[in-house]
Design a protein. Structure first.
Length: 248
């Protein structure tokens, strides 16, 4: 086996398993860790392209599990705004270089960790349509760049204090739509060519295993412990990415 593929499997398989476990039973918030972790072995653009079909595959199970449990009023506000963000990401794609992407990914990773630590202290608020449109667009843009829409969308959603199931279902629907829309610009930008699709295909069974493990472990493992370990890992990776981006 080629040593580069050995590195690929050693990093990509655990990452996909963890994301699958998260989506299967722990709320699905760890898609943000995928690209930063994969940059240990490849460029951020390549990592995002390989993970997109895998995330789309996982979204099928998430939407099925939470079918019609989402808040449609919130989804109608956020989805069009997110598509605007995807369009902006597509138009600025040519200006993105690896150093800038690493810096953005590092900042987003640390923002996600900080948001997870602070969210329990946020007060409930109604959330204006203007704020929803803004954060929806930011979510679409950061998701296009690095599948990292979690931090910005939580800035808007968490203060709404939606019921847990409704919150999870709404985020799952939103990111399912975002991910499938992203397939169009990713394809026309030449990011979904044969080699990357083959690598995505290799990872699909592990994505499914991760989802099944998530369902199995949901009532058996503390989600608090699971997320603390993942947030710690993401904080280390985010710090490294910021260092690499600034050093370059």
């Amino acid at each position: 086996m080629d040593i580069s593929y050995l590195h690929f499997f050693l990093v990509a398989i655990p990452v996909v398993l963890l994301i699958g476990i998260s989506k299967g039973g722990f709320g699905g918030g760890l898609g943000v860790m995928g690209v930063p972790a994969m940059t240990l072995i490849m460029g951020p653009v390549e990592a995002a392209a390989i993970l997109l079909p895998v995330l789309c595959f996982m979204d099928i199970f998430g939407v099925q599990k939470f079918w019609r449990k989402w808040n449609m009023q919130v989804a109608r506000l956020l989805i069009p705004a997110a598509i605007v963000g995807i369009v902006l990401g597509t138009l600025t794609f040519a200006y993105m270089n690896e150093q800038v992407l690493k810096l953005i990914l590092g900042l987003l990773s640390l923002a996600f960790v900080a948001n997870s630590l602070l969210k329990r202290h946020q007060a409930a608020s109604a959330g204006s349509p203007l704020a929803g449109g803004f954060w929806g667009a930011v979510t679409g843009y950061t998701s296009f760049v690095a599948h990292a829409g979690g931090p910005p969308i939580n800035v808007y959603l968490l203060p709404l204090r939606l019921p847990k199931t409704e919150y999870l279902a709404t985020t799952i629907l939103l990111f399912a739509v975002i991910n499938y829309v992203k397939l169009i610009p990713y394809y026309f930008l030449g990011q979904l060519h044969g080699t990357r699709l083959f690598e995505s295909l290799i990872l699909l069974p592990f994505a499914y295993i991760g989802i099944i493990l998530g369902i199995f472990l949901h009532s058996r493992v503390s989600d608090k412990l699971f997320y603390q370990l993942c947030y710690g890992f993401l904080a280390v990776i985010g710090t490294k990415l910021i260092y690499d981006g600034l050093a370059s």
